[in-house]
Design a protein around this ligand. Structure first.
Ligand code: PSU
Ligand code: MN
Length: 333
């Protein structure tokens, strides 16, 4: 195990027994939602994972150490301190680790959460929406580090698509170039975060957690390192139609540009402005899609555990047959 990593005992026990574990991120807590909905949602996402038969492992940096599995007090601190907690993506981890004695925390993005999950041996991670290629990236070069992480780190990410504030078409192109499979859970179309439709196609529609787990197993057994994107459309009763949210997004983007918001601050700024402009409707949708993704993540993690258990059983049986075929003397009888 990595010397910088602390795994919560319950999570470590589940991993050791081959039981399903689902990682959850913390940027969504500190930067993605306002207080107190951020705390409520983080706790409800953990509960949703448990109710669906898996162990939750919320990830963060705590005092210079990488943590998989947080106590309630840690989650509350991340939620209360909000944007004062540094947003931690791949490039930020070395600083936080080197500097971080004491109570200093880091809120891990999709990219950083994948890194910690992989170190801990957690193969499934559920979030709201991944970062992607921003609109206007041809001049800003603003492409989320989440996409590169999906290319290199072997963790499956359950999300409701890339956030609608992004350029979804370019995000899909980037994922294709990087060889990241994009699955639609019960849909042919890439979901657009707050709404179900984007007009863009996923690589494959799969209708059950078992089918998804088989693809994950196939990818990693074939030695194809890297992530898989599992996209789960928001439930129809919770979605905001694209036509309704498009105006809010356009206005938020315009304001971000006018105010010179750049870098890591862009996504939190846009999410907060869209929440204000929509009178809270986008936040309500964001909460519901996070909970649904936590449940699907638990289903996929459970199916993957069952497949791995089958493999272990088959390997044991094969070994037993080989032993049975050995001459009596070689069996140690
Ligand atoms: N999903 C949400 N809300 C969020 C995020 C995801 O519903 O705030 C966060 C994730 O941590 C993701 C980050 O990695 O937004 C993307 O930030 P950036 O665009 O700066 O890479
Ligand atoms: Mn960015």
């Amino acid at each position: 195990m990595n010397a910088l990593l602390d795994i919560d005992p319950e999570v470590a026990d589940a991993l050791q027994r081959g039981r399903p574990v689902v990682a959850l991120e913390s940027t969504i807590i500190s930067h993605g939602m306002p207080w107190p909905q951020n705390l409520e949602t983080a706790l409800r996402a953990e509960a949703a994972v448990r109710e669906s038969g898996a162990v939750p492992a919320t990830v963060a940096v705590m005092g210079g150490r990488l943590r998989a599995g947080l106590a309630r007090a840690d989650i509350e601190a991340l939620a209360r301190q909000g944007q004062a907690v540094p947003k931690a993506s791949r490039r930020d981890l070395p600083f936080l680790i080197a500097e971080g004695v004491g109570p200093e925390m880091g809120a891990t993005t999709v990219a950083a959460t994948m890194i910690v999950a992989a170190l801990a041996g957690i193969r499934v991670f559920a979030t709201g929406g991944i970062g992607g290629v921003h609109r206007g990236a041809e001049t800003s070069f603003d492409i989320s580090a989440d996409l590169q992480e999906l290319a290199r780190t072997s963790v499956a990410v359950v999300c409701a698509g890339a956030k609608a504030i992004l350029d979804l078409k370019l995000t899909l192109e980037y994922l294709e170039t990087q060889g990241v499979p994009v699955i639609g859970f019960g849909t042919d179309e890439l979901p657009a975060f707050y709404s179900r439709a984007s007009g863009l196609k996923v690589n494959r529609r799969l209708d059950t957690a078992e089918q998804i787990a088989r693809v994950l197993q196939a990818k990693w057994q074939a030695g194809l390192a890297g992530g898989v994107l599992i996209t789960n459309p928001i439930a129809p009763e919770h979605e905001i139609p694209q036509a309704r949210v498009a105006g809010f997004i356009a206005q938020a983007l315009h304001e971000a540009q006018a105010q010179g918001v750049t870098g890591a601050a862009v996504t939190p700024f846009l999410l907060a402005r869209v929440t204000e402009l929509s009178g809270g409707a986008s936040l309500a949708a964001n909460i519901e899609l996070v909970l649904a993704n936590a449940r699907l993540g638990a289903g996929v993690a459970s199916a993957l555990s069952a497949l791995s258990a089958d493999d272990v059983r088959a390997a044991r049986e094969a070994a037993a047959v080989e032993v049975a075929m050995l001459p009596q003397a070689a069996r140690g009888a």
